[in-house]
Each structure stands twice: as structure tokens, then as C-alpha cells.
Design a protein around this ligand. Structure first.
Ligand SMILES: [Cu+2]
Length: 622
């Protein structure tokens, strides 16, 4: 409460000091999406917990226009808090009411000083043909003012009122839309998240802050070493630069060049103006001075850090420094899945001196801040010659203090162990087929590197076309129960982050070499092409379509959301499992039932010794 008090005091002082702008951003109209100033103490999001196996949540979606032309978006819980953390247990029912209330936000901006490129207000509104009797009845309107929700990482059905994003569109002023779905009983316990998935407008809404954490509780049941630890949720978001015209604090930094998206182009050396600012639990860490957010941590307390990269386009490469030296961090979960899940990983700990997180990615690790304090930074990420600039910068200063507030949540002290996974370990399953997809980009004017870019993800052999929101024809058809290998190539000069809804996958090869990274992910970086090498960078992913609840059509896309909005998305249709009778319509001869090959126990025991838990390079290219 002390920290909250300080924050509120800071907000009050800031608003009292704000100059009168002689505009409708009236002093007596509170900003519906208030955000703390730089240098503030970081507070935890509010926890909303399921009760009697049901989590009932009402979220109101609001916006506020900012003087620089950008727009904040936020989810307000009933108590007025922003972006609450939803806490559920496997098997729980989630009943979430989403009210789109942005029409009531008359929060007009003061005179714009720095118009934001790609302002959605200037973009055409895509309209699905036909009437719209219901938000998800196939007549959805995709527009800047409509919104919806995606529950990133959860294996829930891609159907109306569950995790459907292709036609679900909640319009401003419409009756609150009800999401109602059950967390699968075998959903791995860990960190997931929710955010809008309005194709064409995903970037602006997420960049404006529309995101929150969803925790499937019980990670200590998968890894008893975590029992009893207090847990800390860090959500790192990106946002438009607060000081776009400021000179870099490093005078040797190169001139700012813009890429085709209007973002600062990668300098390649870790310096210069970033494409976006970062924030930690909404405390901004703005360019050029990167005044860190302040995190008081109870002296001597070991904590589980649960970190989400909720950025729209920014990669993170996190390090914790003490006395300027990076600390070894025991990572225990990635993308919501405990590392114990493979059955191969010994104690389920991956020691890392830095943690790479693409947009959408999550990592969970244990850390005890020394009495002398520590600093959380993101190292620079080389995003390629066509990518955005992502320099090294500080994010937070950890201050060891006996009076630091207690964290809201603590893992169970004496957990009942989770039963082992019912299905064979994905790495032991023989895929029924291999497919190849690739990311590519074209410039409208090939001679002008700053002309608009079109983004594609294409099934090899087909013509690249940007995602067509009005089409319901899938790019790929798979069958529930199958496991497939997908090779994803990057034929462009910048990083992309492959993400698929509903399922997790396993990295089996990177650059055609075995990856030895036996953990599950739902988002993965694909290294950029240098424009010269004959072979494109690629990863091979083992895709798990075995969950019975995933029959339906859902997207895969780049999680750099301006790429997704620009066309880098495709659809996969999961058809019901094939019986022996229907097997002849399977297209290739290599298909066989992966379940039939061996027992779960035999599968899991294979390759136990393959993996050493202490290979620091493994996550670098994540
Ligand atoms: Cu991309």
C-alpha cells in the first residue's frame, strides 16, 4: 500500500504541475488510462483469482489520446485497476465480460507535436461484408475502435466466445461481450497473457498498453524447488517515444534513420535512438536517459520473477547486473511451460546469463537481490539491416530494503506434485509430415527503402500474398492428433517472431543443425537473412496438434505486430482426427499415428542424457 500511495501521490503532483493546454484534456476529466511517470516505484498488477473453480472478470476497454498523437488503451477491472493479472487453476472456468467503452472517451489530445506514423485513425477501416448480428457471428468489423481478446498460449478452442480472433469484433458501445472457456485440466502451469487481436490494428492497441498477464497456477507442483516462493509479475511493454526529438545521451551515436515503418532503423551496434520506449508495469523508461523504474525488494528474499514481453515490436535481451556483472539466472519456465515438462531436463532449470524474449515471449526465473542492489537491463538486439533499433538500456533498479512491501502472491509451500504429462514427450514423436513456410517482405518501390512494406508468411511453393481478413480459406489443413514438423525460413533482412495460436511447439533444428533445446514454446525468433548467404536462416519446429480441443481454424503469424497487421499471418485448419477409414485422403505416405509407436514412459525415457542444463548460448537466438 505504501508503494501505491507513493504512486498516487506522484500522479497527483504530476497532474497538478501539468501546464494548462487550453483544450478538452480537461483537468477535471481524469485520464481513463493513467500511467505513472518515469522513475516511479513499480507496483504489481491487481490479482483476480478464481473462486470455487470459476473466475468471473469484467474488463472495460478504454482509450486516451495523448498530446504526441499516440493513443493509450487499457483494460480496467471493476475496482478501477488497470490490466489485472488473471489467476486460474487447470480445469477452472473463465467467464470474462469485455465492454468496449472507448466511445465514451472524449479525452481529446492537446495540439499534436509529433504525429505518430501509421496512425490508425488515418487507416482505412476493413469491413466484413454483411450484417453483424453478433460480435462473432461472421460479420465482424475490424476497425481501430473495435477490439477483441486473444488468450496467448492457452490450448482452448478457437471458437466464438472462447479464443476466436478472426471474426470476433466487439464494437464501441456494444453490449458487453462474454468470453466463457475452461482452462484445460492439463494446461501447463505458468505465465500466459491476454491482448487484443484485431487484424490491422493489433499493433496500435498493444502498443497503447492493452495487455495483461494470465497465470495458470501451480508451477510449484511441476517444480518443487519453487515451493513457497513469493512471485513477482513484470510486464514489459513498448510505447511511442516520449522524447522523439531528444539527442542521444551518447554523443557518438549515429544519426537516426527511419525504416519503412517509420521506426528508428537498426544501427547494428547497440547505440542510438530506440524505435520504441519501454515500460515496466506501466512505469516508462524513456529515451534518452532511461531513468530506471524503482523496484524495492525485501532484503534477502528469493523470488520467482515472471516476465512477459508484451511489446508490440520490441525484442528483449534481459540481464540482471550486480556490480556491473551479469548474474546467472535459473530459468524454470518459458512461454508458460515449466522446463520440467520434457521429462529430460533434470531439475528443470536452465542457467542463463541473459534471457532473450521476442515480442509475446515469457520467461520465469528465480532471483535473490543482493543487499547492494541490482539493475535489470535489456541488452541490444541486432534485428538485422531491415529491423528496428533496439539499443542496450536500463529498465529497473532493484533496491534491497527490509521495508519493501510483501508481494501479493506466494506459491504453495507444500504442493501436491503434478502427474506426469499424459502424452508422449513431443521430441520423441515421429512427425507425420514436414512442411516449409517462409517469411518475406517486399517494398512497394524496390528502389526506395522507405517505401511501404508488404509482409508475407507463405507456404513454400505458393505465391506470397498478404493475409486476407475476409477469407476463411485456410493456408494449411492438419488433423487433430497429428504431430508435424514445420520449417520456418526467414527470407527477409530483419528478425521475425513466429507464433501460432492454441498450441505449443518444440524447436528441433536451427540452421539445419539439431537444437538440443528440449522445452516448449509458443513464440520463437527466426534469425534474419544477411542478403548474401545462399541458404536462408531457418528453424524446424515440431508442432503439436494432439490436444482434442483445438479442432477449428486459427492463425499463425509474426508477433511483431506491425508485420502481422501488414499481412504476415496465415490460417491453419485443424480437422477432426482421421480414423483408419478416412486415412486414404491423407496426402503423403509418411503419415502414421504418432501415438501408436511407443508407450509414454518409453518415449520419455529416451534421450534423457542428451541435454546439459548449463549451455548459456542456447537461448541467444530465441
Ligand atoms: Cu515480423
Amino acid at each position: 500500500m505504501r508503494a501505491l500511495g507513493l504512486f498516487l501521490a506522484a500522479v497527483f503532483i504530476l497532474s497538478a504541475l501539468a501546464p494548462s493546454r487550453g483544450h478538452a484534456q480537461a483537468r477535471n476529466t481524469p485520464d481513463p488510462c493513467p500511467r505513472p511517470p518515469a522513475g516511479s516505484i513499480v507496483t504489481e498488477p491487481t490479482d483476480l483469482r478464481s473462486q470455487n473453480a470459476v473466475l468471473r472478470v469484467s474488463l472495460t476497454y478504454r482509450q486516451s489520446k495523448q498530446p504526441n498523437g499516440s493513443t493509450r488503451y487499457c483494460y480496467l477491472a471493476e475496482d478501477g485497476s488497470q490490466a489485472p493479472t488473471l489467476r486460474v487453476k487447470p480445469g477452472d472456468l473463465v467467464i470474462l465480460s469485455l465492454k468496449n467503452d472507448i466511445a465514451s472517451d472524449t479525452h481529446e489530445p492537446a495540439a499534436s507535436t509529433a504525429p505518430v506514423k501509421n496512425n490508425p485513425a488515418a487507416q482505412p477501416i476493413m469491413t466484413h461484408a454483411g450484417p453483424m448480428p453478433e460480435a462473432c457471428a461472421g460479420g465482424g468489423v475490424m476497425s481501430a475502435t473495435a477490439t477483441n481478446l486473444h488468450f496467448h498460449g492457452l490450448t482452448v478452442p478457437a471458437t466464438c466466445h472462447q479464443d476466436e480472433v478472426l471474426t470476433t469484433s466487439v464494437l464501441p458501445g456494444a453490449t458487453p461481450f462474454e468470453y466463457r472457456f475452461r482452462i484445460p485440466a492439463n494446461q501447463p502451469p505458468g505465465l500466459y497473457w491476454y491482448h487484443p487481436h484485431m487484424h490491422g490494428f493489433s499493433k496500435v492497441q498493444v502498443l497503447g498498453g492493452a495487455s495483461g498477464a494470465l497465470i495458470v497456477e501451480g508451477i510449484e507442483r511441476a517444480n518443487p524447488e519453487l515451493a513457497g516462493l513469493p512471485e513477482r509479475v513484470f510486464i514489459i511493454r513498448d510505447q511511442d517515444l516520449l522524447n522523439p526529438d531528444a539527442a542521444p545521451s551518447d554523443s557518438s551515436a549515429p544519426t537516426v534513420l527511419l525504416d519503412a515503418d517509420g521506426d528508428a532503423r537498426n544501427t547494428g551496434d547497440g547505440t542510438g535512438q530506440p524505435a520504441k520506449d519501454l515500460s515496466l508495469n506501466f512505469v516508462p523508461v524513456p529515451y534518452p536517459n532511461y531513468e530506471p523504474a524503482i523496484v524495492p525488494i525485501k532484503t534477502g528474499e528469493k523470488q520467482l520473477f515472471r516476465i512477459l514481453n508484451a511489446s508490440a515490436i520490441t525484442y528483449l535481451n534481459l540481464q540482471i547486473l550486480t556490480n556491473s556483472r551479469p548474474q546467472w539466472l535459473p530459468v524454470v519456465a518459458l512461454d508458460g511451460v515449466p522446463l520440467t515438462y520434457s521429462g529430460h531436463t533434470g531439475n528443470g532449470i536452465l542457467w542463463q546469463s541473459h534471457v532473450g524474449l521476442p515480442p509475446g515471449g515469457r520467461a520465469e526465473f528465480v532471483f535473490r537481490v543482493p543487499e547492494s542492489g541490482a539493475t535489470l537491463i535489456t541488452h541490444s538486439v541486432n534485428t538485422g539491416s531491415g529491423g528496428e533499433n533496439d539499443p542496450v538500456r536500463s529498465i529497473a533498479k532493484f533496491v534491497s530494503s527490509l521495508s519493501a512491501p510483501d508481494l501479493h502472491s506466494r506459491l504453495a509451500a507444500a504442493p501436491e506434485p503434478l502427474p506426469p504429462p499424459a502424452l508422449p514427450w513431443l521430441g520423441s514423436v515421429t512427425p507425420v509430415r514436414t512442411r516449409k513456410l517462409y517469411f518475406s517482405e517486399t517494398l512497394q518501390d524496390p528502389k526506395d527503402p522507405n517505401s511501404p512494406t508488404t509482409f508475407y508468411v507463405t507456404v513454400d511453393g505458393e505465391q506470397p500474398v498478404p493475409f486476407e481478413p475476409t477469407s476463411t480459406v485456410p493456408n494449411l489443413v492438419v488433423h487433430q492428433g497429428d504431430v508435424e514438423d514445420w520449417i520456418i525460413e526467414n527470407r527477409s533482412l530483419e528478425l521475425h517472431a513466429f507464433h501460432i495460436h492454441q498450441i505449443h511447439f518444440l524447436l528441433v533444428e536451427r540452421f539445419d543443425a539439431p537444437a538440443n533445446e528440449p522445452f516448449l514454446r509458443d513464440t520463437i525468433n527466426i534469425p534474419f537473412w544477411d542478403g548474401k548467404t545462399a541458404k536462408y536462416p531457418s528453424v524446424k519446429l515440431r508442432m503439436d496438434f494432439r490436444a482434442p480441443g483445438i479442432v477449428g481454424t486459427f492463425p499463425y503469424h509474426c508477433h511483431l505486430l506491425e508485420h502481422e497487421d501488414g499481412g504476415m499471418m496465415g490460417l491453419v485448419r485443424v480437422e477432426p482426427a482421421q480414423t483408419t477409414q478416412s486415412a486414404p485422403d491423407r496426402q503423403d505416405k509418411s503419415g502414421r499415428n504418432p501415438h501408436a509407436s511407443a508407450t509414454a514412459a518409453a518415449e520419455r525415457s529416451a534421450g534423457v542424457a542428451r541435454w546439459s542444463a548449463n549451455q548459456s548460448h542456447q537461448n541467444e537466438k530465441r
